[in-house]
Ligand binder design. Structure first.
Ligand code: FES
Length: 125
């Protein structure tokens, strides 16, 4: 039986994540709360984070699934301009108080999977 604390959950096709392009949203249960999350591609690698700014617990998108700035080099929070590094989620500028919460991803056979963990689970319906 798979370990529910470390399960690979199908998220999207790998081709849906375009470098510096739109994010692919998904929902998770983080520490008992339903949260939005997003996956992006940056310099060829897929990454995912909770869609929750470390300044104030708000979603980053200035338009749905638009989390990159115009240069495609930073993840930008639309509310007050916190900037995060796309590869790590670390705070790079603005009013952030720490980094984004990173979610493990893997790619296999043209698909992207996110990985559950102790605090990060699928939504129960
Ligand atoms: S809520 Fe993100 S910068 Fe303030």
């Amino acid at each position: 039986m798979p370990d529910p604390a470390n399960t690979a959950i199908p998220l999207c096709r790998a081709s849906e994540l375009v470098d510096g392009g739109q994010a692919v949203p998904f929902d998770v249960n983080y520490a008992g709360q339903t949260c939005r999350a997003f996956a992006i591609r940056y310099e060829g690698q897929a990454h995912a984070y909770l869609n929750r700014c470390s300044h104030v617990a708000m979603e980053l998108d200035w338009q749905p699934n638009r989390v990159f700035d115009d240069s495609g080099q930073w993840l930008l929070c639309a509310s007050h301009g916190a900037a995060y590094q796309p590869a790590t989620g670390e705070c790079s500028g603005g009013p952030c108080r720490g980094g984004l919460v990173k979610i493990g991803l893997s790619e296999r056979d043209g698909l992207v999977f996110w990985h559950s963990s102790y605090k990060l689970k699928t939504i129960e319906f």
